[in-house]
Write a protein that binds this ligand. Structure first.
Ligand code: AP5
Ligand code: MG
Ligand code: ZN
Length: 218
């Protein structure tokens, strides 16, 4: 099974992915998480990606395509994979189709999380992330039990550099220009499952869970 989570910055892709990988035992592939780790560790990839990420721009296609190509061939992906934040451009979508052809698998569905723009800005500017396990929180909508401490592992929470208001606005523009056209691309292939992402976290999870369960039962 191969599921793509598509949606604007702050739509809840990471939050839902955290739950979905537990429920369905998918391998989790978040290009954003992989890139942030590379930046933190100052690898060659990280040094190439950092300026793009800090300014809210997309990292060049060839870099992310290589990441996903390698990751999809790891053994844990055989039981199914959940892609978060990839593909984000036409070139990436085409490259993904090629990769899947090579490894003999196909996309089961593209889950589109639709959320209003004002809500996205509130979500992103209030987000906190665990520095240890990567779990997502929100100061108002999904607060940890103890302020700035991760419920799951006790790690410290931090604010992502690209969650500053100006960078958030840039990321939303980049999404509209470069990623939104993929909605029609996948709709035309009859692969799109549209989810109302404005609802609370549990409700959104139930909607996605129903879509995936339906595919499994086919
Ligand atoms: P990436 O890490 O993928 O960021 P993004 O797409 O901008 O998405 P976010 O992670 O910001 O949002 P999310 O949808 O995961 O929301 P979350 O669940 O955290 O990419 C970062 C950068 O890396 C890019 O800008 C680019 O430079 C580079 N990059 C990555 N992939 C790339 C690619 N393929 N090509 C090129 N460059 C790439 O939720 C947000 C907040 O809302 C949280 O606080 C959460 O608690 C809260 N929340 C979630 N759901 C709800 C809800 N239902 N109700 C209320 N609050 C909610
Ligand atoms: Mg995310
Ligand atoms: Zn944690």
């Amino acid at each position: 099974m191969l599921i793509i989570l598509l949606g604007p910055p702050g739509a809840g892709k990471g939050t839902q992915a955290e739950r979905l990988v537990k429920e369905f035992a998918f391998a989790y592939i978040s290009t954003g998480d992989i890139l942030r780790k590379a930046v933190k560790e100052k690898t060659i990839l990280g040094r190439k990606a950092q300026d793009y990420m800090d300014s809210g721009q997309l990292v060049p296609d060839d870099l992310v395509v290589d990441i996903v190509k390698e990751r999809l061939q790891e053994p844990d992906c055989q039981k199914g994979a959940l892609l978060d934040g990839f593909p984000r451009t036409f070139a990436q979508a085409v490259a993904l189709d090629k990769m899947l052809l090579m490894i003999g698998t196909k996309i089961d569905t593209v889950v589109l999380l639709e959320v209003d723009e004002s809500e996205l800005i509130d979500r992103l500017t209030g987000r906190r992330v665990c520095s240890n396990c990567g779990a997502n929180y929100h100061m108002k909508f999904n607060p940890p039990k103890v302020r700035n401490v991760c419920d799951k592992c006790g790690g410290d929470l931090f604010q992502r550099d690209d969650d500053a208001l100006e960078t958030v606005k840039e990321r939303l523009e980049v999404y509209k220009k470069q990623t939104e056209p993929l909605i029609d691309f996948y709709r035309e292939k009859d692969l799109l499952s549209v989810i109302d992402g404005n609802k609370d976290i549990e409700d959104v999870f139930k909607q996605i869970d129903a879509v995936i369960t339906d595919i499994e039962e086919r």
